[in-house]
Design a protein around this ligand. Structure first.
Ligand SMILES: Nc1nc2c(c(=O)[nH]1)N[C@H]1C(S)=C(S)[C@@H](COP(=O)(O)O)O[C@H]1N2
Ligand SMILES: [Mo]
Length: 415
């Protein structure tokens, strides 16, 4: 065989491209020595297994669901702190993370049918022109809990950890929109970010979603440059991102460089079809639903998470032990969280904190006693300020597996 044939053979075997290699390197925090020989269909062991070196800047125990693009969720017990640390904040990317970000040169442009004039701001201008606010905001992927749906829904098989509630600092979206000046026909906003499409096509937009103007004008929505008082991690949108607490996190655009103000529902990629939309009526599992019978997901439903103890904990003797976690409910607040150790036959109340601000989660704690040695499950059930509770079993099946807010369960053993 001559040179040409052998190099063709090599390319058919699918070694990774230079840009994937660079992306791997930046995620591993180290150059992949011999990276040119790394086959395209493999994942670096460093991302995925026990003893993994993990993703650069992230806790090594994040669970990697996909590496092209990078998607990783947080095990429930790592979400125990009241404010989610940056290194455990989950990552959901639809495209390729932008490289060589220069925060000093970054601009955010406002345009679209319903702005009075197109306007751009540098980050320094945003900081000097508008008042800075800090809010604790729940950012939850619409597909959190997708793993449980049957028939299975395509996409990242999120278990319970595509949720975070960090402290975000930035300027209010509404203040900047008011400065830009909106026409009376404005009904929706849409974001654009600097990430690039997996296909490599520079013309293709990865994702461009948004919210109705009514939601956009809420005080708590931020154009943020900091998470927990520091630069936002690159994987979570540095140097600038939108944070729309309580709504599907897909509305919180990362690497934000453009906001359009629309005179109709925004129609960017992932606004239509089955993307972030659910049937308008209950459907049987697996049923085909026509696009026109789907509606956009707005506020996320009531949900809770047990963050302590870690599932699988051994409880010694008859001592009581503390169980704790968080609960949240889109734009509403949480009225109560109850816990059960007898598979939901009886429930006991927990102590519940108030939220730091709208769209922040609340914390619950309860003392539990296990009556005799054996296996138990601790279940938690939250109820929102409208009186709606979490279901025990998986709620309505939908084609893309969104909005699973079933009760969280952990296993404990009294020994
Ligand atoms: N530019 C851009 N913004 C984006 C995304 C993306 O792929 N690109 N993913 C969205 C989705 S689907 C989710 S769930 C959240 C995840 O935010 P995080 O990675 O900071 O947890 O970002 C949203 N914003
Ligand atoms: Mo998402």
């Amino acid at each position: 065989m001559d040179e040409n044939q052998s190099s063709k053979k090599v390319s058919r075997r699918g070694f990774i491209t230079k840009s994937t290699l660079a992306a791997f390197g930046s995620m591993l925090g180290a150059k992949m020595v011999f990276g040119e020989s790394f086959p395209k269909d493999l994942n670096p062991v460093g991302f995925q297994n026990e003893g993994a070196v993990g993703i650069d800047g992230k806790h090594k125990d994040l669970i990697i669901l996909n590496d092209k693009p990078i998607n990783a969720e947080t095990p429930a017990h790592l979400l125990d702190p009241k404010v989610t640390p940056a290194d455990v904040h989950f990552v959901r990317n639809n495209g390729v993370v932008p490289q060589n970000i220069d925060a000093k040169k970054w601009t955010l442009t406002f345009e679209g049918e319903s702005v009075k004039t197109t306007k751009s701001y540098t980050i320094a201008e945003l900081k000097s022109k508008f008042k800075t606010y800090t809010y604790q905001l729940t950012v939850e992927c619409g597909g959190n809990g997708r793993k449980e749906f049957n028939p299975p829904a395509k996409g990242n098989q999120w278990n319970v950890g595509a949720i975070a509630c960090a402290q975000w600092t930035g300027v209010r979206l509404k203040d900047v929109l008011q400065d830009v000046g909106l026409k009376p026909d404005a009904v929706y906003i849409g974001y654009y970010g600097a990430d690039t499409h997996l296909s490599g096509d520079p013309e293709k937009v990865v994702i461009s979603r948004g919210v109705p103007i009514k939601k956009a004008m809420d005080d708590e929505n931020l154009i943020a440059w900091a998470m927990n008082g520091e630069d936002i991690p690159v994987l979570n949108g540095h140097p600038l991102r939108l944070v729309i607490g309580g709504w599907p996190a897909s509305t919180s655009g990362k690497w934000l460089n453009k906001i359009v103000v629309r005179n109709k529902e925004h129609d960017g990629p992932k606004m239509g079809g089955t993307s972030y939309r659910v049937p308008k009526y209950p459907v049987a599992p697996g049923q085909k639903v026509p696009d026109e019978d789907m509606k956009i997901i707005e506020a996320m439903p009531v949900k809770s998470l047990i963050t302590y103890p870690k599932t699988g904990a051994l409880i010694k003797g008859s001592n009581s032990f503390e169980v704790r976690g968080h609960a949240w409910a889109g734009d509403l607040s949480i009225k109560k969280v109850e816990v059960s150790i007898d598979f939901g036959a009886t429930w006991q109340p927990s102590d519940l904190s108030t939220a730091l601000n709208k769209n922040a989660w609340q914390h619950f704690t309860a003392k539990l006693n296990l009556p005799q040695e054996g296996y138990y499950e601790v279940w938690a059930k939250a109820t929102d300020s409208n009186g709606k509770s979490q279901p025990m079993v998986i709620p309505g099946w939908n084609p893309k597996g969104y909005l699973n807010n079933a009760c969280h369960r952990i296993a404990v053993k009294r020994v």
